[in-house]
Design a protein around this ligand. Sequence first.
Ligand SMILES: C[S@@+](CC[C@H](N)C(=O)[O-])C[C@H]1O[C@@H](n2cnc3c(N)ncnc32)[C@H](O)[C@@H]1O
Length: 218
Amino acid sequence: MTPTSAQLENIATLCDRRWDYHYTRTKLASDPVYQSVVREIGQSELPVLDIGCGIGLLSQYLRACGHAAPITGFDYDERKIGSAAAMAIKSGQAGLAFSAGDARTGLPDFSGNVVILDILQFFTPAEQDQLLSAAAARVSPGGKLVIRTGLRDASWRFKVTVLGDYFAKITFWMKAAPICYPDADQMRRILSQAGLRVEITPLWGGTPFNNHLIVAQR
Ligand SMILES: C[S@@+](CC[C@H](N)C(=O)[O-])C[C@H]1O[C@@H](n2cnc3c(N)ncnc32)[C@H](O)[C@@H]1O
């Protein structure tokens, strides 16, 4: 299911801050990642752990698509977690929970579908491996780990991706500048070692970024 533009506007109006409102409208209308996640786990009844959830846009988008399983959002930016929780209350949607924590030092106990959108570039390669293994360990039988990340390669898209992340840092949208982007071999190696079947496909949409969707299934 695809949300109507009125549903997307309703999600944006949950935001208390003007910046968040405009960001949400633009992001939900233009970024293909949310629809990709719906395609992968939208029909699943397993709970969802969204690592690096930001202001919880994925949770609201999933609900707009009829997804009803519990969703836990996890992010180290307490301001964003506060906004995500306030938006959840305002929306009246049940089963949405948010908690603040640093994914480099541990993840909540969990079993189900796991989502990681656009955060791996903030980790060192060793931290990425550790996060991927910890996330994979939380995927239950029949569940999926769905990741969107820019992949490191020789393309012009990769260079634009790095510039975009530096822009997010200087505009203060992100607390951190990018550290390192994973490459496709690393994703395949770590996730297959964790017993998952891995598929990697480009997810460029209308953007100039080198984004890929990685779906790893148990
Ligand atoms: C580009 S945003 C993506 C937000 C969200 N996943 C989405 O797609 O709407 C990256 C998010 O990762 C979070 N993040 C970065 N490093 C983190 C860490 N070590 N632990 C938890 N969250 C982190 C940031 O605070 C930010 O909200």
